[in-house]
Design a protein around this ligand. Structure first.
Ligand SMILES: NC(=O)c1ccc[n+]([C@@H]2O[C@H](COP(=O)([O-])OP(=O)(O)OC[C@H]3O[C@@H](n4cnc5c(N)ncnc54)[C@H](OP(=O)(O)O)[C@@H]3O)[C@@H](O)[C@H]2O)c1
Length: 320
């Protein structure tokens, strides 16, 4: 029987893409938290799923004993920097404490633990950021994620810390990601303002999921865990794309693909929009180590075309 892989945050943006990709190969179990049960059942139809607050250590331990996963990919988080800035205690519990607890519990079981961190552990002034470079977070979200990375590794030195770049795609959980909003506005012929000076190395949700599964699969061999392979992927990995660009430049590519005028995208500066959490200018990731392991993101244009269904070969099973 295929091994069970546990995905926390299965109702989240990334969680949905991971579930779709992982179920092709593994038995998948997913967790959710505040999503209404009926919505979770719709989003996670066909997989084992459970509601849990990951900040409750005993509940997490009991869940691991019940599900007995062969690997855990931890995507559950409070991922909105502005929310974290305004709710520091909650961010500390979810983004730091829950992560460290999970790392420790996976360490006790010697199973692969893959933690999704963020490019926002960097301040945006010295891009591109290498996988072995020092962190320099500008806001609480980045600070708590950076602390979680180090403490999780202290607790379980085989953990894989995957720093994710800006992710784009569609979501069915009712929270509309920027790419989905952009596609909706442009296709309706409406203009949209987009940051022209906030630069990232984005990848689509599907490409990110493929990268995370590559890392998880390194530690799994059929139904057994292979410690040698886990060693290969332990530590910090960047799962960034190959191109540095702003949301405005992504918008221009989307307009070109859709055959719409570039004037529908209006560049603005993030410095002109007040935000609770400080924003970083350029957190482009150098993902050399992940590329050497086989992570291979396609060009951004190809990823956008796939999402918009403009690539014939993607039609039958294309990204949502
Ligand atoms: N999206 C991006 O562009 C991006 C960029 C860089 C890094 N990342 C990282 O990638 C990961 C996934 O991000 P995302 O955008 O998919 O996040 P998301 O859409 O906000 O989803 C977060 C998930 O975490 C769950 N969750 C939150 N608090 C929880 C708790 N106390 N107990 C259990 N589950 C809890 C949520 O469950 P409910 O919804 O059911 O409450 C949801 O499933 C995160 O680690 C994030 O930091 C994301």
């Amino acid at each position: 029987m295929a091994p069970t892989i546990l995905i926390t945050g299965a109702t989240g943006f990334l969680g949905q893409y991971l579930i779709a990709a992982a179920r092709k190969r593994w038995r998948v179990a997913g967790t959710f938290h505040r999503t209404r049960r009926e919505d979770a059942e719709r989003l996670l139809a066909g997989i084992d799923s459970g509601k849990i607050d990951l900040t409750d250590f005993r509940d997490v331990r009991d869940m691991l004993d019940a599900v007995r996963p062969k690997a855990v990919i931890h995507t559950a988080a409070l991922a909105d920097p502005n929310y974290c800035e305004q709710h520091p205690e909650e961010s500390l519990r979810v983004n730091l404490q829950a992560t460290v607890n999970l790392a420790g519990l996976c360490g006790d079981r010697r199973i692969p633990f893959i933690f999704t961190s963020t490019d926002l552990v960097f301040d945006g002034t010295h891009a591109p950021y290498a996988e072995d470079g020092p962190v320099s977070p500008l806001n609480l979200y980045g600070e708590h994620k950076a602390l979680a990375e180090q403490t999780a590794l202290d607790r379980y030195d085989e953990a894989a810390i995957c720093r994710m770049p800006l992710l784009f795609g569609f979501s069915a959980n009712g929270r509309i990601p920027f790419f989905q909003r952009m596609a909706g506005e442009f296709q309706a012929g409406r203009p949209m303002t987009l940051f022209g000076d906030e630069v990232r190395t984005p990848v689509s949700g599907a490409v990110a999921a493929a990268g995370l599964l590559l890392v998880a699969a390194s530690g799994l061999e059929d139904i057994t865990v292979n410690p040698k392979e886990m060693e290969r992927v332990r530590g910090i990995l960047h799962l960034g794309g190959r191109e540095s660009l702003s949301r405005y430049e992504m918008g221009l590519q989307m307009l070109d693909i859709l055959g719409l005028p570039p004037s529908l995208a209006e560049p603005i500066s993030f410095r002109d929009v007040p935000a609770v959490a400080a924003r970083a200018a350029d957190v482009s990731l150098d993902s050399s180590r992940a590329y050497a392991l086989g992570f291979d993101p396609p060009p951004i244009r190809t990823q956008i075309e796939r999402l918009l269904g403009r690539r014939a070969e993607e039609k039958p099973n294309r990204e949502r």
